[in-house]
Design a protein around this ligand. Structure first.
Ligand SMILES: [Zn+2]
Length: 271
């Protein structure tokens, strides 16, 4: 029997990088320009700006008229309408927070908005259940792992680290030759207003320069990671893995006796 593992990113790549930035603060304009320069993709978790504005006083936000053009090539995603503490809310209020947020963002971006991050990192089993029933397919927490694992449950998506800890040591660990693992995911999150001085901006640029524009990393938004993993998890194997059927519209790469094998969309492959 062959050794079969479902563990490579698109193109047979062994590493993927995804980012997310919350709250849609004005500094996103500069951040997106930097990410685009280095070919890095991010997800932007956004509230309804006039509701968030009441919470953050005079802090400047991205103009919603710019959402579609600014975040093109990245992903617009939910952060709940008012930036509330969902764990403190009744189910009905949680559902309204997600639904109002989705309707607002979808009207601006023109595509289904399918994910979120928990405001203040606030969640519970109940919050997860209600958010999922409102159409959310993933949600990021603020619990850092320091690791590069792919989450089993995307509604409990713990990131690798906050951008303040995305340093050269982290990149070195990420790029180190793979050993028992064959697939790594680095997830860095933050708020763009945290780049409060030029030194912090230049540290972020250093990070982007070191890790961006490489052929051996897949740069993806949060939902692209989810969609790819859903395709991986949809593969249907014959008993003892003598063949595999890919019922999805995504090519998927797996490991067969340590060789990379592509399972094309809609095809059955003998292993
Ligand atoms: Zn937030």
């Amino acid at each position: 029997m062959k050794r079969v593992e479902t563990i490579y990113w698109p193109g047979g790549k062994e590493r993927a990088l995804t980012l997310s930035y919350d709250d849609g603060r004005f500094e996103d304009y500069r951040l997106v320009e930097m990410l685009n320069k280095y070919g890095i993709k991010s997800t932007f978790h956004l509230c309804i700006p006039e509701l968030l504005a009441k919470l953050i006083g005079g802090a400047a936000l991205v103009d919603p008229k710019d959402y579609e053009s600014l975040y093109r090539g990245h992903e617009i995603s939910c952060h709940m309408a008012h930036h509330p503490f969902p764990a403190w809310m009744p189910d009905e209020a949680i559902r309204a927070e997600v639904t109002d947020n989705r309707l607002y963002l979808e009207a601006l971006c023109g595509y289904p908005v399918r994910g979120m991050s928990y405001p203040y990192g606030s969640f519970s089993e109940r919050v997860i259940r209600v958010c999922r029933s409102a159409g959310m397919e993933y949600s990021r927490t603020v619990r850092e792992t320091g690791e590069f694992a792919v989450p089993e449950n995307f509604m409990l998506w713990d990131p690798t680290c906050h951008h303040s800890r995305a340093d050269s040591e982290l990149i070195e660990r990420f790029m180190r030759p793979l050993n028992y693992d064959r697939m790594r995911l680095m997830y860095v999150w933050g708020h763009s207003y945290e780049f409060s001085d030029e030194e912090r901006w230049s540290r972020m640029e250093e990070f982007c320069k070191s890790i961006g524009g490489r052929d051996d990393i897949w740069y993806a938004t949060n939902i692209e990671i989810v969609d790819y993993m859903n395709a991986v998890r949809s593969l249907r194997f014959a008993e003892q893995c003598t063949s595999v059927y890919n019922p999805t519209c995504t090519d998927v790469w797996i490991s067969v006796d340590f060789e990379k094998v592509m399972i094309p969309a809609g095809m059955t492959v003998k292993l």
